[in-house]
Design a protein around this ligand. Structure first.
Ligand code: IVH
Length: 687
């Protein structure tokens, strides 16, 4: 049995490397999953043969813990920056005074977050962030989930103990997927892949890290008595041991060669699947590196050449003023299409009226747009010499561009708002879109376009209207048809089961996010009690301050809202907390299927606990199922499907441990708080 475990671990590690590092898989995903499942089962049956480097550890765990600070054995320095070839030439001159004819290694400067990995006897034992350069956070569990980081080294010849440093990056594709999910869930998207990579490494639940698609590039070995004479040799060796080392490093023997490398890279990087922000030029010889030494901040044997923030000049054609769900009006520039950082830019963000005034933007202006890694490019300046004669300052509209109501701008607010909550179409659509969103009522089949159509057709104007829609009304509409219409009506019907805290969140009361909604539900336990509460009573609730209390009162004091809430009650939406509501996010966004019977709790109790901790009960195992909570006499079909899809199977004890033992609020404190900043767990597939 032990042999089989070891054999599986070895085989899976090899396939993992072939898939994630070499991009040349030899077996199908299904076969890989089958082997992984076999190993997981054997390991579960034989905990005595546990091994932290087992490929099954790549899945991460759901248990949260704070990060331990670890001192770096060798400080993690940063690099001196240069912005021109002349400055690089200065660097080379300084180096060559010491070293004569010098060989350099030019590499990509990856735009991610730095990591230091320690290997002992060929096994990954620690992964630490840069931190302040002297000490960083131990993020080993999270880094273990990154497929291109070897848990155990291949080949031989590695030093018994060494550190290897590199960058954790989030490829553009993973970044875009993550941000799309965050936007769908009404969460603030990450500004760039660097922030996303750094934020992901600091997540508490490593299972969530596992599904974020992080990648690694290693670029430097540190240690005592390393068996290499040059940096280039060490990179080749590291590649051989299984690390992902960029193939784009190149030995250069003169400034001209360095200049060519920079020029080539500045073009090539535009089609790379991950972000780079420059080139790093390093002295190749370790002996010379040692002679050159370092300042307190950076080595004297390396320098970074930073690419200029990409900017382009184009024309400002017009400005759209778009209205969001809350009525906030945001100006967006329409530009003459221009190529920038590999994409065609047509629109740019202009933030608010102050920003427009600051830049004195005018339609027809030649403007500079810049993409500093942010998703939407921004206008950074106006080329005054090109300003057309007779242009006039851009005025913020006085009236709402969607409904014509006079806009208001409160004291101290940067934004203008449209006050016509009940009659302004984009606000209506935005509110309904929020109501049906995944973390609120979770009604599928109702994207913004469909909602806009329903609003335009006069079929809905408030979320309550959804509950009286019929298949007959929906089916004839463009792009819908019988099947979609049925799905929508079914989805709306099923949402009557959504627990009270999520209903409260779905209302879209300003400042009432998911966590506040849970606290309010736990405290008042019914919509009726909540609606009757005074501002003081509201402000006394955990996480509800005066501002939030005032906003809740304002919401219920509005006749319109009062009417909508009344109709939702009539529609049968849950207005009472039936379960012991625990304000915990530990299962936020997780889809869980329950099957079988259980020793401690009834199935209904378990279902309530799932909801109470932010999870979602699912009837059948599907691709997005995170856990199958398996009891005795579990349905075999469910089990087989879960195995096939690699869904993690947990028992009652494991579940109770996840939610903090009791299923109530107690004990889950750590998990809740730690995930507060980033609880976008949608799915945590096992492998
Ligand atoms: S070498 C002592 N090589 O840039 C120098 N750094 O500004 C150690 N970086 O903290 C760094 N790509 O996070 C090196 N090929 C590369 C790099 C690289 C990205 C980052 C690294 C470092 C920062 C310094």
């Amino acid at each position: 049995m032990k042999n089989r475990i070891e054999q599986l671990r070895k085989e899976l590690a090899t396939h993992n490397h072939k898939y994630y590092v070499e991009n040349a898989p030899e077996i199908s995903d299904g076969e890989f999953d089958r082997l992984m499942r076999e190993l997981a089962d054997l390991e579960a049956a034989h905990p005595e043969w546990d091994d932290p480097t087992s490929p099954t550890r790549r899945v991460g765990s759901d248990l949260s813990r704070g990060f331990v600070t670890v001192a770096h054995r060798w400080p993690m320095l940063s690099l001196g920056n240069t912005y021109s070839v002349e400055e690089v030439a200065d660097f080379c001159r300084r180096v060559e005074v010491e070293g004569g004819e010098v060989e350099y290694v030019c590499e990509l400067k990856f735009d991610g977050t730095a990591i230091s990995l320690t290997y002992e006897n060929g096994v990954l034992v620690r992964a630490v962030t840069r931190g302040d350069g002297v000490s960083g956070d131990d993020v080993t569990d999270n880094v273990r989930t990154i497929r291109s980081v070897p848990l155990r080294l291949s080949e031989e010849g590695w030093p018994a103990a060494f550190e290897i440093r590199g960058e954790i990056v989030m490829p553009f594709a993973a970044f875009e997927r993550l941000n799309a999910e965050r936007e769908e869930a009404d969460e603030v998207p990450f500004a760039n892949p660097r922030n996303a990579a750094a934020g992901s490494l600091k997540l508490q639940a490593s299972a969530e890290v596992a599904r974020r698609g992080l990648d690694s590039f290693l670029y430097g070995i540190t240690g005592d008595g390393l068996p290499f004479a040059t940096h280039a040799e060490s990179l080749d060796a590291a590649r051989g041991w299984g690390f992902r080392v960029s193939e784009r490093s190149r030995v250069c023997r003169s400034l001209d060669e360095i200049r060519d490398y920079i020029a080539e890279t500045d073009v090539a990087r535009r089609s790379l699947p991950y972000a780079t922000d420059g080139v790093v030029i390093k002295v190749n010889s370790y002996a010379l590196q040692r002679r050159l030494g370092a300042t307190s901040k950076s080595p004297r044997w390396a320098v970074a050449y930073k690419f200029a923030a990409e900017s382009a000049m184009t024309r400002l054609l017009s400005v759209d003023f778009s209205v969001g769900r809350t009525g906030a009006v945001t100006p967006v520039a329409n530009l003459e299409p221009v190529q920038l950082a590999g994409t065609t830019v047509r629109r740019a963000s202009m933030h608010n009226a102050d920003q427009i005034a600051l830049l004195d933007l005018r339609v027809g202006d030649a403007v500079w747009v810049e993409k500093g890694g942010e998703i939407i490019p921004k206008i950074t300046g106006v080329e005054m010499s090109e300003r057309p004669a007779g242009s006039v300052p851009l005025e913020f509209p006085l009236c709402c561009p969607a409904c014509g109501a006079v806009l208001v701008r409160d004291e101290g607010e940067a934004k203008h708002f449209c006050p016509n909550r009940a009659g302004c179409p984009p606000q209506i659509v935005g509110r309904i879109a929020h109501f049906v969103s995944r973390r609120a009522m979770d009604i599928e089949g109702l994207g913004e376009e469909t909602i806009a159509l329903l609003v335009a057709e006069g079929l809905v104007s408030t979320p309550a209207d959804l509950y009286v829609l019929s298949v007959g009304q929906l089916a004839p509409l463009p792009r819908l048809g019988e099947k979609s219409a049925e799905n929508i009506v079914d989805g709306v019907g099923a949402s009557r089961e959504v627990p009270f805290p999520r209903v409260l969140f779905a209302l879209g009361i300003r400042f009432v996010g998911e966590t506040t909604a849970k606290h309010l539900a736990a405290h008042f336990r019914s919509m009726e009690a909540l609606m009757a509460a005074s501002e003081e009573e509201l402000a006394a609730v955990e996480e509800v301050g005066e501002k939030v209390a005032a906003s809740i009162r304002e919401y219920f004091d509005s006749q319109e809202n009062f009417a909508v809430v009344g109709r939702l009650r009539e529609a049968g939406v849950r207005f009472e907390a039936t379960e012991r509501v625990a304000a915990s996010d530990v299962l936020a966004g997780r889809h869980i299927v329950i099957s079988g019977s259980f020793a401690i709790h009834s199935r209904d109790e378990l279902k309530e606990m799932i909801e109470a901790h932010g999870g979602r009960n699912q009837a059948a195992v599907a691709a997005n199922t995170d856990f199958l909570l398996a009891g005795e006499r579990i349905g075999l079909a469910k089990l087989a499907k879960a195995n096939k899809l690699g869904v993690k199977i947990i028992d009652e004890a494991q579940f109770l441990e996840m939610v903090g033992g009791s299923g109530g609020a107690s004990g889950s404190e750590n998990l809740t708080n730690s995930d507060k900043n980033d609880n976008n767990h949608k799915q945590a597939s096992l492998f």
